[in-house]
Design a protein around this ligand. Structure first.
Ligand code: ADP
Ligand code: MG
Length: 215
């Protein structure tokens, strides 16, 4: 049976990495074969694009350049890793996916909705995660946590207002899509984790029930 694609989203420092570890553990405990991806990246070429995106170029990087690089990496990952894994029956847990572009490039950088939908349609042809957990934090909280990890890269240096716009777009998109669950990631980690386990267990229950009813 085809696997499911579960994505964890949120601003830097929201707690994605620790939550992903927890989700993988829960899925493995439920008997799933699990593979992990991160975006941008996850294939040799996509990782090279990741380095390119994160590099501190001594020139202006246009919004469209950043956008196209993100989607180039995403198509490589989707085609060469996510889809084959799902077909093989594995469950895939993603550290970011298309929602990040919608929020960062669409919300943060202000790329128009028309451009965002057009490029997303061309690149992904309607592909969409089965479940997304959006870890919601105020940008200042997330950045303070991320700062503890070391130097901030070019995207992280974009300023608080950029992240406020990004967060607002994340929340707006989550509000309009039942497959996106919002987790309050400003809580203590143990409370975040217990909310995540609740969402995952609920999802496992629903998918088990629907696979029984389909025979
Ligand atoms: N709910 C939380 N409360 C306090 N600190 C947290 C919480 N979640 C994560 N952290 C810490 O914040 C830092 C960034 O978390 P991380 O999982 O790397 O975030 P992300 O992957 O979303 O950038 C880590 O040091 C992590 O231990
Ligand atoms: Mg991380």
């Amino acid at each position: 049976m085809r696997g499911k694609f579960i994505v964890v989203e949120g601003l830097e420092g929201a707690g994605k990495s620790s939550v992903i570890g927890l989700i993988v553990k829960s899925l493995v405990a439920a008997g799933k074969r699990v593979e992990q991806t991160r975006e941008p990246g996850g294939t040799p070429m996509a990782e090279a694009i990741r380095e390119c995106v994160k590099h501190d170029w001594q020139e202006t990087v246009s919004e469209e350049t950043e956008l196209l690089l993100m989607y180039a990496a995403r198509v490589q990952l989707l085609t060469n890793k996510i889809l084959p894994s799902l077909e093989s029956g594995a469950w895939v847990v993603g550290d970011r996916h298309d929602l990040s572009s919608q929020a960062y490039q669409g919300g943060g950088r202000g790329v128009s909705q028309d451009t965002m939908s057009a490029i997303s349609d061309i690149a992904l042809k309607g592909f969409k995660p089965d479940l997304t957990l959006y870890l919601d934090v105020e940008p200042a909280v997330g950045l303070e946590r991320a700062r503890g990890r070391g130097e901030l890269d070019r995207i992280e240096q974009a300023g608080l207002a950029f992240f406020e716009r990004t967060r607002a777009r994340y929340l707006e998109l989550a509000d309009n899509d039942d497959s996106i669950k919002v987790i309050n990631a400003m809580q203590p980690m143990e409370d975040v984790h217990s909310d995540v386990v609740t969402v995952i267990n609920q999802y496992l229950k629903v998918t088990a029930a629907s696979s029984v009813s389909m025979g």
